[in-house]
Ligand binder design. Sequence first.
Ligand code: KG4
Ligand code: ZN
Length: 343
Amino acid sequence: MARLILAIETSCDDTCAAIVDGAEIRANVISSQAAAHAQFGGIVPEVASRHHLELTAPVVEAALAEAGTTLDDVESVAVTAGPGLIGALLVGVSTAKAIASPRRLPLIPVDHLQGHVAANFLAPEPLEPPFLCLVASGGHTLLAAVRDHAGHEVLGQTLDDAAGEAFDKVARLLGLGYPGGPALQKLAEEGDPDAFEMPVAMRNDPGLDFSFSGLKTALAYLCRDLGPDGVAARRADLAASFQAAAVGQLVAKLERALKRGEWGAVALGGGVAANGPLREAVRDLCERRRVELKLVPLSLCTDNAAMIASAARFADPIPYPDYLAYDAFATRHERPTGRKALV
Ligand code: KG4
Ligand code: ZN
Protein backbone atom coordinates (compact mmCIF):
# COMPACT_ATOMS: atom_id res chain seq x y z
CA MET A 1 0.00 0.00 0.00
CA ALA A 2 1.65 3.22 -1.19
CA ARG A 3 1.80 5.76 1.60
CA LEU A 4 2.37 9.19 0.06
CA ILE A 5 -0.32 9.73 -2.55
CA LEU A 6 -0.87 12.77 -4.73
CA ALA A 7 -4.54 12.91 -5.72
CA ILE A 8 -6.27 15.07 -8.31
CA GLU A 9 -10.03 15.66 -8.57
CA THR A 10 -11.61 17.61 -11.44
CA SER A 11 -14.96 15.87 -11.99
CA CYS A 12 -17.10 19.02 -11.79
CA ASP A 13 -16.35 22.67 -11.08
CA ASP A 14 -13.73 22.43 -8.33
CA THR A 15 -10.06 21.95 -9.14
CA CYS A 16 -8.61 19.91 -6.28
CA ALA A 17 -5.28 18.35 -5.32
CA ALA A 18 -4.27 16.62 -2.09
CA ILE A 19 -1.32 14.91 -0.48
CA VAL A 20 -2.30 12.08 1.82
CA ASP A 21 0.07 9.97 3.90
CA GLY A 22 -1.72 6.80 5.00
CA ALA A 23 -4.99 8.06 6.49
CA GLU A 24 -3.49 11.44 7.33
CA ILE A 25 -4.20 14.51 5.19
CA ARG A 26 -1.04 16.54 4.60
CA ALA A 27 -2.67 19.00 2.19
CA ASN A 28 -6.15 19.36 0.67
CA VAL A 29 -6.31 22.27 -1.77
CA ILE A 30 -9.57 23.26 -3.45
CA SER A 31 -9.89 26.00 -6.04
CA SER A 32 -13.57 26.73 -6.56
CA GLN A 33 -14.78 27.95 -9.92
CA ALA A 34 -18.22 28.89 -8.56
CA ALA A 35 -17.72 32.56 -9.37
CA ALA A 36 -16.95 31.74 -13.02
CA HIS A 37 -20.25 29.86 -13.37
CA ALA A 38 -22.46 32.10 -11.24
CA GLN A 39 -23.25 34.45 -14.12
CA PHE A 40 -24.72 31.46 -16.04
CA GLY A 41 -26.84 30.23 -13.12
CA GLY A 42 -25.19 26.79 -13.25
CA ILE A 43 -22.08 24.92 -14.36
CA VAL A 44 -21.07 25.30 -18.00
CA PRO A 45 -19.02 22.16 -18.79
CA GLU A 46 -16.74 23.79 -21.35
CA VAL A 47 -16.00 26.69 -19.01
CA ALA A 48 -15.19 24.16 -16.26
CA SER A 49 -12.74 22.26 -18.50
CA ARG A 50 -10.92 25.46 -19.48
CA HIS A 51 -10.59 26.55 -15.87
CA HIS A 52 -9.28 23.13 -14.85
CA LEU A 53 -6.63 23.42 -17.58
CA GLU A 54 -5.40 26.65 -16.04
CA LEU A 55 -5.73 25.61 -12.43
CA THR A 56 -4.51 22.00 -12.12
CA ALA A 57 -0.75 22.76 -12.19
CA PRO A 58 -0.91 25.60 -9.61
CA VAL A 59 -3.25 23.60 -7.39
CA VAL A 60 -0.90 20.57 -7.44
CA GLU A 61 2.03 22.88 -6.66
CA ALA A 62 0.09 24.45 -3.79
CA ALA A 63 -0.72 21.02 -2.34
CA LEU A 64 2.94 19.91 -2.50
CA ALA A 65 4.08 23.17 -0.88
CA GLU A 66 1.46 22.93 1.88
CA ALA A 67 2.50 19.34 2.59
CA GLY A 68 6.15 20.41 2.65
CA THR A 69 7.06 17.80 0.08
CA THR A 70 8.00 17.42 -3.60
CA LEU A 71 7.06 15.08 -6.42
CA ASP A 72 10.23 13.12 -5.63
CA ASP A 73 8.56 11.83 -2.45
CA VAL A 74 5.22 10.94 -4.05
CA GLU A 75 4.76 7.18 -4.41
CA SER A 76 1.61 7.06 -6.52
CA VAL A 77 -0.78 9.41 -8.32
CA ALA A 78 -4.53 9.00 -7.83
CA VAL A 79 -7.14 10.67 -9.99
CA THR A 80 -10.91 10.78 -10.33
CA ALA A 81 -11.67 8.79 -13.48
CA GLY A 82 -15.47 9.30 -13.37
CA PRO A 83 -18.38 9.73 -13.17
CA GLY A 84 -18.60 13.45 -13.91
CA LEU A 85 -18.24 15.99 -16.71
CA ILE A 86 -16.12 14.21 -19.29
CA GLY A 87 -14.11 17.24 -20.42
CA ALA A 88 -13.36 18.19 -16.84
CA LEU A 89 -12.36 14.61 -15.96
CA LEU A 90 -10.06 14.38 -18.96
CA VAL A 91 -8.06 17.35 -17.74
CA GLY A 92 -7.48 15.64 -14.38
CA VAL A 93 -6.65 12.24 -15.89
CA SER A 94 -4.23 13.77 -18.43
CA THR A 95 -2.53 15.79 -15.71
CA ALA A 96 -2.19 12.71 -13.50
CA LYS A 97 -0.68 10.70 -16.36
CA ALA A 98 1.69 13.57 -17.20
CA ILE A 99 2.93 13.67 -13.61
CA ALA A 100 3.10 9.90 -13.09
CA SER A 101 4.54 8.62 -16.37
CA PRO A 102 7.92 10.44 -16.54
CA ARG A 103 8.57 9.25 -12.97
CA ARG A 104 7.31 5.72 -13.73
CA LEU A 105 4.88 6.06 -10.81
CA PRO A 106 1.75 3.93 -10.67
CA LEU A 107 -1.61 5.58 -11.43
CA ILE A 108 -4.72 4.85 -9.37
CA PRO A 109 -8.01 5.71 -11.11
CA VAL A 110 -10.77 6.34 -8.57
CA ASP A 111 -14.55 6.35 -8.79
CA HIS A 112 -15.80 9.76 -7.62
CA LEU A 113 -18.65 8.34 -5.54
CA GLN A 114 -16.36 5.88 -3.80
CA GLY A 115 -14.30 8.98 -3.03
CA HIS A 116 -17.26 10.49 -1.15
CA VAL A 117 -17.62 7.21 0.77
CA ALA A 118 -13.86 7.05 1.48
CA ALA A 119 -13.83 10.56 3.00
CA ASN A 120 -14.95 8.69 6.12
CA PHE A 121 -11.75 6.58 6.22
CA LEU A 122 -9.52 9.62 6.83
CA ALA A 123 -7.83 10.57 10.12
CA PRO A 124 -8.27 11.75 12.82
CA GLU A 125 -11.30 9.53 13.45
CA PRO A 126 -11.64 7.06 10.62
CA LEU A 127 -14.95 5.24 10.45
CA GLU A 128 -14.52 1.52 9.91
CA PRO A 129 -16.95 -0.41 7.70
CA PRO A 130 -19.62 -1.63 7.83
CA PHE A 131 -21.72 1.53 7.60
CA LEU A 132 -24.46 3.10 5.56
CA CYS A 133 -23.49 6.22 3.62
CA LEU A 134 -25.90 8.77 2.16
CA VAL A 135 -24.19 10.69 -0.64
CA ALA A 136 -26.16 13.71 -1.84
CA SER A 137 -24.53 16.27 -4.13
CA GLY A 138 -25.24 18.39 -7.18
CA GLY A 139 -24.65 15.43 -9.46
CA HIS A 140 -25.58 12.35 -7.43
CA THR A 141 -27.89 11.06 -4.74
CA LEU A 142 -27.43 7.53 -3.49
CA LEU A 143 -27.49 5.27 -0.48
CA ALA A 144 -24.33 3.17 -0.30
CA ALA A 145 -23.84 -0.01 1.69
CA VAL A 146 -20.19 0.11 2.74
CA ARG A 147 -19.06 -3.34 3.88
CA ASP A 148 -15.32 -2.94 3.29
CA HIS A 149 -12.81 -0.27 2.28
CA ALA A 150 -12.60 -1.29 -1.35
CA GLY A 151 -16.05 -0.42 -2.63
CA HIS A 152 -19.75 -0.08 -1.97
CA GLU A 153 -23.09 -1.46 -3.06
CA VAL A 154 -25.69 1.02 -4.30
CA LEU A 155 -28.88 0.28 -2.35
CA GLY A 156 -30.84 3.12 -3.94
CA GLN A 157 -30.26 6.20 -6.06
CA THR A 158 -32.11 9.06 -7.64
CA LEU A 159 -34.18 8.16 -10.67
CA ASP A 160 -34.05 11.73 -12.00
CA ASP A 161 -32.52 14.89 -10.50
CA ALA A 162 -29.88 14.82 -7.77
CA ALA A 163 -30.88 16.42 -4.45
CA GLY A 164 -28.38 19.28 -4.86
CA GLU A 165 -29.56 19.86 -8.41
CA ALA A 166 -33.11 20.30 -7.09
CA PHE A 167 -31.89 22.77 -4.44
CA ASP A 168 -30.03 24.69 -7.16
CA LYS A 169 -33.00 24.75 -9.55
CA VAL A 170 -35.50 25.82 -6.89
CA ALA A 171 -33.05 28.46 -5.67
CA ARG A 172 -32.96 29.81 -9.20
CA LEU A 173 -36.78 29.93 -9.33
CA LEU A 174 -36.64 32.00 -6.15
CA GLY A 175 -34.09 34.40 -7.61
CA LEU A 176 -31.15 33.14 -5.54
CA GLY A 177 -27.63 32.84 -6.95
CA TYR A 178 -25.62 29.73 -7.81
CA PRO A 179 -24.87 27.44 -6.02
CA GLY A 180 -28.33 27.65 -4.56
CA GLY A 181 -28.23 25.18 -1.66
CA PRO A 182 -26.62 27.40 0.99
CA ALA A 183 -28.67 30.47 -0.03
CA LEU A 184 -31.88 28.46 -0.01
CA GLN A 185 -31.12 27.09 3.46
CA LYS A 186 -30.54 30.63 4.71
CA LEU A 187 -33.77 31.95 3.20
CA ALA A 188 -35.71 28.97 4.58
CA GLU A 189 -34.72 29.95 8.14
CA GLU A 190 -37.25 32.79 7.92
CA GLY A 191 -40.01 30.65 6.39
CA ASP A 192 -42.67 28.19 7.49
CA PRO A 193 -41.90 24.63 6.34
CA ASP A 194 -45.62 23.76 6.49
CA ALA A 195 -46.77 26.77 4.45
CA PHE A 196 -47.18 24.78 1.23
CA GLU A 197 -48.06 21.15 0.78
CA MET A 198 -45.37 19.37 -1.21
CA PRO A 199 -45.69 16.07 -3.07
CA VAL A 200 -44.14 13.12 -1.26
CA ALA A 201 -42.06 11.37 -3.88
CA MET A 202 -41.99 7.58 -4.17
CA ARG A 203 -44.56 7.32 -1.35
CA ASN A 204 -45.73 3.90 -2.50
CA ASP A 205 -42.35 2.66 -3.63
CA PRO A 206 -41.02 0.03 -1.24
CA GLY A 207 -37.41 0.49 -2.39
CA LEU A 208 -34.64 2.91 -1.54
CA ASP A 209 -34.56 4.99 -4.72
CA PHE A 210 -35.08 8.76 -4.69
CA SER A 211 -36.85 11.25 -6.96
CA PHE A 212 -36.57 15.03 -6.83
CA SER A 213 -37.89 16.21 -10.18
CA GLY A 214 -41.56 16.16 -9.03
CA LEU A 215 -40.71 18.39 -6.11
CA LYS A 216 -38.94 20.85 -8.37
CA THR A 217 -41.89 20.85 -10.81
CA ALA A 218 -44.35 21.39 -7.94
CA LEU A 219 -42.34 24.48 -6.94
CA ALA A 220 -42.34 25.73 -10.53
CA TYR A 221 -46.17 25.44 -10.69
CA LEU A 222 -46.55 27.14 -7.31
CA CYS A 223 -44.39 30.03 -8.51
CA ARG A 224 -46.39 30.28 -11.73
CA ASP A 225 -49.70 30.37 -9.80
CA LEU A 226 -48.43 32.89 -7.24
CA GLY A 227 -47.07 35.24 -9.90
CA PRO A 228 -43.97 37.42 -9.44
CA ASP A 229 -45.44 39.50 -6.57
CA GLY A 230 -46.80 36.45 -4.77
CA VAL A 231 -43.44 34.67 -5.07
CA ALA A 232 -41.63 37.76 -3.79
CA ALA A 233 -43.95 37.87 -0.77
CA ARG A 234 -43.69 34.13 0.01
CA ARG A 235 -40.10 33.33 -0.96
CA ALA A 236 -39.04 32.21 2.51
CA ASP A 237 -42.13 29.99 2.90
CA LEU A 238 -41.51 28.42 -0.52
CA ALA A 239 -37.86 27.78 0.35
CA ALA A 240 -38.74 26.30 3.75
CA SER A 241 -41.48 24.05 2.33
CA PHE A 242 -39.22 22.75 -0.42
CA GLN A 243 -36.31 22.15 1.94
CA ALA A 244 -38.50 20.27 4.42
CA ALA A 245 -39.80 18.00 1.67
CA ALA A 246 -36.33 17.34 0.19
CA VAL A 247 -34.78 16.63 3.60
CA GLY A 248 -37.83 14.57 4.53
CA GLN A 249 -37.33 12.30 1.56
CA LEU A 250 -33.60 11.81 2.20
CA VAL A 251 -34.20 10.99 5.86
CA ALA A 252 -37.19 8.72 5.12
CA LYS A 253 -35.07 6.55 2.81
CA LEU A 254 -32.23 6.46 5.29
CA GLU A 255 -34.65 5.35 7.99
CA ARG A 256 -36.11 2.70 5.71
CA ALA A 257 -32.60 1.34 5.07
CA LEU A 258 -31.80 1.38 8.80
CA LYS A 259 -34.97 -0.55 9.59
CA ARG A 260 -33.48 -3.48 7.74
CA GLY A 261 -31.38 -3.80 10.86
CA GLU A 262 -27.95 -4.43 9.35
CA TRP A 263 -26.30 -1.11 10.17
CA GLY A 264 -24.61 0.22 13.30
CA ALA A 265 -23.28 3.43 11.78
CA VAL A 266 -24.33 6.12 9.31
CA ALA A 267 -22.20 8.62 7.37
CA LEU A 268 -23.11 11.57 5.15
CA GLY A 269 -21.27 12.82 2.07
CA GLY A 270 -21.69 15.24 -0.83
CA GLY A 271 -22.41 18.97 -0.78
CA VAL A 272 -26.00 18.58 0.44
CA ALA A 273 -24.57 17.04 3.62
CA ALA A 274 -23.72 20.65 4.52
CA ASN A 275 -27.45 21.33 4.93
CA GLY A 276 -28.17 22.17 8.57
CA PRO A 277 -31.73 20.77 8.80
CA LEU A 278 -30.56 17.56 7.07
CA ARG A 279 -27.72 17.13 9.55
CA GLU A 280 -30.12 17.74 12.45
CA ALA A 281 -32.74 15.33 11.13
CA VAL A 282 -30.14 12.61 10.54
CA ARG A 283 -28.72 13.20 14.02
CA ASP A 284 -32.22 12.75 15.50
CA LEU A 285 -32.81 9.63 13.45
CA CYS A 286 -29.51 8.06 14.54
CA GLU A 287 -30.22 8.86 18.19
CA ARG A 288 -33.67 7.32 17.92
CA ARG A 289 -32.34 4.18 16.28
CA ARG A 290 -29.22 4.10 18.45
CA VAL A 291 -26.73 4.00 15.61
CA GLU A 292 -23.44 5.89 15.43
CA LEU A 293 -23.39 8.99 13.20
CA LYS A 294 -20.20 10.10 11.45
CA LEU A 295 -20.17 13.64 10.10
CA VAL A 296 -16.90 14.52 8.40
CA PRO A 297 -15.96 18.22 8.25
CA LEU A 298 -17.76 20.14 5.49
CA SER A 299 -14.52 20.50 3.53
CA LEU A 300 -14.50 16.71 3.15
CA CYS A 301 -18.24 16.51 2.28
CA THR A 302 -17.97 18.68 -0.81
CA ASP A 303 -15.72 17.70 -3.69
CA ASN A 304 -12.06 17.44 -2.69
CA ALA A 305 -9.00 15.37 -3.57
CA ALA A 306 -8.23 14.02 -0.08
CA MET A 307 -11.26 11.75 -0.42
CA ILE A 308 -9.90 10.51 -3.77
CA ALA A 309 -6.53 9.70 -2.17
CA SER A 310 -8.38 7.95 0.64
CA ALA A 311 -10.23 5.70 -1.82
CA ALA A 312 -6.99 5.13 -3.76
CA ARG A 313 -5.34 3.60 -0.68
CA PHE A 314 -7.60 0.60 -1.07
CA ALA A 315 -7.56 0.32 -4.88
CA ASP A 316 -5.31 -1.51 -7.32
CA PRO A 317 -2.59 0.76 -8.73
CA ILE A 318 -1.98 0.46 -12.47
CA PRO A 319 1.76 0.22 -13.22
CA TYR A 320 3.50 2.32 -15.87
CA PRO A 321 2.94 2.15 -18.85
CA ASP A 322 -0.37 0.22 -18.68
CA TYR A 323 -2.35 3.32 -17.76
CA LEU A 324 -1.31 5.45 -20.71
CA ALA A 325 -4.42 4.35 -22.62
CA TYR A 326 -6.72 4.55 -19.57
CA ASP A 327 -9.72 6.78 -20.23
CA ALA A 328 -12.03 8.86 -18.08
CA PHE A 329 -15.72 7.88 -18.01
CA ALA A 330 -18.74 10.21 -17.74
CA THR A 331 -21.10 7.59 -16.29
CA ARG A 332 -20.47 4.33 -14.49
CA HIS A 333 -22.09 2.58 -17.41
CA GLU A 334 -19.14 3.69 -19.58
CA ARG A 335 -16.43 2.64 -17.14
CA PRO A 336 -13.45 1.14 -18.96
CA THR A 337 -13.15 -2.63 -18.58
CA GLY A 338 -9.89 -4.45 -17.97
CA ARG A 339 -7.86 -2.72 -15.30
CA LYS A 340 -10.68 -1.49 -13.17
CA ALA A 341 -11.27 1.82 -11.46
CA LEU A 342 -12.43 1.40 -7.92
CA VAL A 343 -16.16 0.99 -7.32
O1 KG4 B 1 -20.49 17.61 -3.59
P1 KG4 B 1 -20.61 18.97 -4.21
O2 KG4 B 1 -19.68 20.04 -3.72
O3 KG4 B 1 -20.38 18.90 -5.76
C1 KG4 B 1 -20.98 17.93 -6.57
O4 KG4 B 1 -20.38 16.83 -6.74
O5 KG4 B 1 -22.09 18.22 -7.04
O6 KG4 B 1 -22.14 19.42 -4.04
C2 KG4 B 1 -22.63 20.65 -4.50
C3 KG4 B 1 -24.12 20.68 -4.26
C4 KG4 B 1 -24.79 21.88 -4.91
O7 KG4 B 1 -25.94 21.43 -5.59
C5 KG4 B 1 -25.16 22.76 -3.71
O8 KG4 B 1 -26.31 23.56 -3.92
C6 KG4 B 1 -25.41 21.73 -2.64
O9 KG4 B 1 -24.39 20.76 -2.85
N1 KG4 B 1 -25.30 22.31 -1.31
C7 KG4 B 1 -26.34 22.41 -0.44
C8 KG4 B 1 -25.86 23.10 0.69
N2 KG4 B 1 -24.54 23.39 0.49
C9 KG4 B 1 -24.21 22.89 -0.75
N3 KG4 B 1 -27.60 21.99 -0.54
C10 KG4 B 1 -28.42 22.23 0.50
N4 KG4 B 1 -28.04 22.92 1.61
C11 KG4 B 1 -26.78 23.35 1.75
N5 KG4 B 1 -26.41 24.01 2.85
ZN1 ZN C 1 -19.12 15.00 -5.58
